[in-house]
Design a protein around this ligand. Sequence first.
Ligand code: ZDP
Length: 335
Amino acid sequence: MSAMSSALSFPASSLAGARVSRRAPRAPRAARARAATVAAAGDTVRFAKYQGLGNDFVLVDNRDSDVIKMSSERCAALCDRNFGIGADGVIFAMPPGLVQADEDYSMRMYNSDGTEPEMCGNGIRCLANFVAAQDGADPKAYKVGTLAGLIQPEVRADGQVAVDMGEPVLNPPDVPFTEGATSDGAAVRVPVDAGGETWLVTAVSMGNPHCVTFGREGECDEGGIKVDALDLPSIGPVFESHPTFPAKTNTEFTEVVSRKYVKMRVWERGAGATLACGTGACATVVAGVLEGRVDRKCTVELPGGPLEIEWRESDNRVIMTGPAELVFAGDVDAR
Ligand code: ZDP
């Protein structure tokens, strides 16, 4: 493992590629963007480590090139909590144009296992604060291109970041989920066998797939699941690779405390148990509303802390608000 030096301040280097609309087949640009990842030997990369409710990321300013500075394998190695920097993923600030020309910049990300998801909620809050710090910018709103479409984080004066996460995708084939819709075109309270038990799940995409469950058959209508009693490392992977989710899935196990407050534990696709998941919290409130369990404005309590989520009736968009903080910065070999 290469040497790392911890430099707390890093130059405002403005360092300079295709969304899939959530329902459309992949754009050629995305394929080109995905392919372009090379780094020269001996290159070092400046990074900043950020966290959003303990969901932590290595961030790299890559706006000077369409070529991602580090391979997915190198990113997975850097995420290792013993031999690397330690993180749930690596996020690159990329040049604008992935979705539309008037973006401020775009985002690409690798999970800690090296796979590439379409979107990340806690991560885009960290990215917005990181770019604002890089550019010495005052609190502002950004247009960010992602593989899940245009996402709009707003850095607020109080340090919180409010993100317009777009509209949830409920049509089962677009999540993707293999089971049929059960109400208004969505797959709600669908029985799924996992770990030798039948769970009732609701399938939601926030650009990335989510399986939300309030418990096993029976249990979920008699007080619901108690998340602190859950054996997450044994049931999480079963859902992650469940055949009903062909692109794999993130899974949110959710306990309803009141119509405005839930406790959630998440097993993430490509990252395992994390302290928080922003897209997962959004999917949880959408599923909770569809199942008639929660109101459209709801606090999601995660092991790493609370996220405020609103699924707006006026325009069907989901707004997520929460923190994102710098931990440290440094340099690392790109290979
Ligand atoms: O969809 C996936 O593979 C997720 N693991 C991506 C990361 C999601 C994230 N935790 C979030 O906050 O939405 C960053």
